[in-house]
Design a protein around this ligand. Structure first.
Ligand code: FES
Length: 209
């Protein structure tokens, strides 16, 4: 990724050799409970003022470029929104990766039925994941590498998830990362906390947070 004057300056600057695929935190317009607020930067959960009472959060992802991720809070949970580039989508379908996953087909109820697919999302390029390890709830970190080298790492006890939030075998975490109910209000506006029209999903019924 080259420097782009239109791109907001991140609070935490990425190292130059990894700028194409990092957790950059971009400016976003966010609607919380129906009230539009401007979110200058979503850097940490502490920087947000969402509360447990707010049922939905609207996120403008128009400035989220390939390889970038933002973290927002919904119902007290960190939510990763990652723009997965083409190479990451290819990796998700690689048999070498799939064979190392505990629940590659998302059979456990950890996501809405409308995201029960190989990319675990409504649109392949945009992942929406609860960023809470299903072992004991630590927040995994996005680690980036070539081909199959990208994953979410939970530093607490070594659990690992792919970029669709699917848990690897032989790690402490038993389940894939949960996916919240969400829908697209517009092509670039995601509402977290609401299902698409005609769809149902009760987040409280998932196997494990
Ligand atoms: S909390 Fe993530 S591995 Fe234990």
């Amino acid at each position: 990724m080259t420097d782009d004057p239109s791109t907001p300056t991140p609070i935490i600057s990425p190292s130059p050799n990894r700028r194409s695929f990092l957790q950059l935190l971009t400016a976003s317009s966010v609607t919380v409970g129906g009230v539009i607020v401007v979110w200058p930067f979503i850097n940490s959960l502490n920087s947000q003022n969402t509360t447990l009472e707010q049922n939905f959060v609207d996120i403008d992802i128009s400035s989220l470029k390939a390889g970038q991720q933002i973290t927002v809070t919904w119902q007290g949970h960190p939510v990763f929104i990652l723009n997965r580039p083409a190479e990451a989508l290819q990796a998700l379908q690689d048999s070498n990766l799939v064979s190392r996953l505990r629940d590659p087909d998302s059979k456990e109820l950890q996501q809405p039925s409308y995201t029960q697919n190989w990319h675990r999302s409504i649109r392949p390029e945009t992942a929406v994941l609860i960023g809470s390890c299903t072992h004991l709830g630590c927040v995994p970190t996005l680690k980036l590498g070539a081909k199959l080298g990208s994953f979410y790492n939970c530093a607490c006890h070594g659990s690992r998830f792919d970029l669709a939030g699917r848990v690897y075998k032989s790690v402490p975490a038993p389940y894939n990362l949960p996916i919240p109910p969400y829908t697209y209000l517009k092509p670039n506006i995601i509402r977290i906390g609401e299902n698409p029209k005609g769809q149902e999903f009760d987040f409280t019924k998932i196997k494990q947070l």
